[in-house]
Each structure stands twice: as structure tokens, then as C-alpha cells.
Ligand binder design. Structure first.
Ligand SMILES: [Zn+2]
Ligand SMILES: [Zn+2]
Length: 200
């Protein structure tokens, strides 16, 4: 994309939220800068059933390193998540930690010129926008079938009560008369064998 060189007064995006300013890093390969930041996400990231809710506080703990082709961003992004259990339908909260390793290519780098637009992230006006990276990673990290607990016992198939509340001995009598009759028969039928003494 050609640079818009005619508008010197164009405002740069500010170094805030998911937007990281790399100007103080410089382009000397090997130069590094660490960045810790807490920010509030304006919009929900993820799915309706589970995701990082709007207004959640996300923590960035990152290292920006200048390399020959761009800026390598490594570190972690920690975000609270809120979801609904796919077994018992209770809402729950948790936390995800995303391990980031992503290259943002310089606009004039070989990498930038030899890759497609959607193959690699790019620096725009010396700025890194981490939002698409986090959005993609959250999407991959979130479970398709979220659970409030790994061993959530779910709901009773008969009455729909939450098994975690009802207890493991929650059960229903079998009311089907055919089965009731069979149960009676089984109870009344004599044993199959006599005593060990009879066999001798
Ligand atoms: Zn559950
Ligand atoms: Zn039940």
C-alpha cells in the first residue's frame, strides 16, 4: 500500500489499548523493549456462549524486539472470560493466558513484499495493532463446549435438575409398568442353584 506522503498533519493512532507504538524501539536489529499494560476491552471478544466480556480488564506482558524484517512481539496476554456451561447451563468465569509470538513486518521489508496481505501482520505508521492477534488467539483458545468444571455432572436427564446440587444419589424410580413387572419377577424368581452341599 503506498504511503500517504502528502498529509503531514495526519494524526497517528495513540499508543494505548492494543495499539503499541514502536518508534522508541528503533529499527536496529536486537533492540528490545518490554511493555506491561492493563487495558479495558471495549467490545466482547469471542462467542456468545463464552468469551472475553466487554469491559473486562486485559493484561499485556510483552517484549518487543526489533529484527531485520520487522518487530517480533512475544509474551503473554491474560484475559478474564465469562461463559455458560454447555452441560449444566450455569454461567461461570475463568481466565485465559495467551502466549503470543508474532512478527509484525516492516512496510518495506522483504517479508512484507513477498507475502500476501493476510499471511502476516504488518506495522502501520510504526504502530502495532495487537487486537486482530488477540481476537484470533482467543477464538482458538476458547473451548467449543465450555464447562463450569472439568467434571461437571450436568443435568438430570429425567427432571433437568443440576446434578451438582441434586447429588450423585439422585435418581428416579422406573415407572414403566412393564419394567416394574420384570423387576418383580426377578425379585421372586428362585436362585439358580442349591447349596454347595447338594453338588457333592
Ligand atoms: Zn456445568
Ligand atoms: Zn432427576
Amino acid at each position: 500500500m503506498p504511503a500517504d506522503s502528502g498529509s503531514g498533519s495526519r494524526r497517528r493512532p495513540s499508543d494505548a489499548g492494543f495499539v503499541l507504538d514502536t518508534r522508541s524501539l528503533g529499527r536496529k536489529p536486537g533492540s528490545m523493549k518490554t511493555l506491561q499494560r492493563s487495558m479495558t476491552v471495549p467490545d466482547q471478544i469471542g462467542l456468545d456462549l463464552i468469551g472475553v466480556p466487554a469491559g473486562a480488564e486485559v493484561n499485556l506482558d510483552l517484549t518487543l524486539q526489533s529484527v531485520s524484517e520487522g518487530v517480533l512481539v512475544t509474551g503473554s496476554v491474560t484475559a478474564p472470560i465469562a461463559g455458560e456451561c454447555s452441560r449444566c447451563l450455569e454461567s461461570f468465569t475463568d481466565e485465559i493466558v495467551l502466549q503470543v509470538t508474532e512478527l509484525f513486518a516492516y512496510p518495506d521489508s522483504v517479508t512484507e513484499q513477498t507475502t500476501e496481505e493476510d499471511e502476516i501482520y504488518r506495522l502501520v505508521d510504526d504502530m502495532i495493532d495487537l487486537e486482530p492477534v488477540v481476537t484470533d488467539m482467543v477464538g482458538l483458545e476458547l473451548p467449543l463446549q465450555p464447562l463450569c468444571e472439568p467434571d461437571c455432572p450436568g443435568l438430570c436427564a429425567e427432571c433437568g435438575v443440576r446434578m451438582a446440587i441434586a447429588g450423585s444419589d439422585h435418581r428416579h424410580e422406573i415407572l414403566d409398568p412393564r419394567w416394574a413387572g420384570l423387576a418383580k419377577f426377578t425379585a421372586e424368581s428362585p436362585g439358580t442353584g442349591g447349596t454347595a452341599a447338594d453338588l457333592n
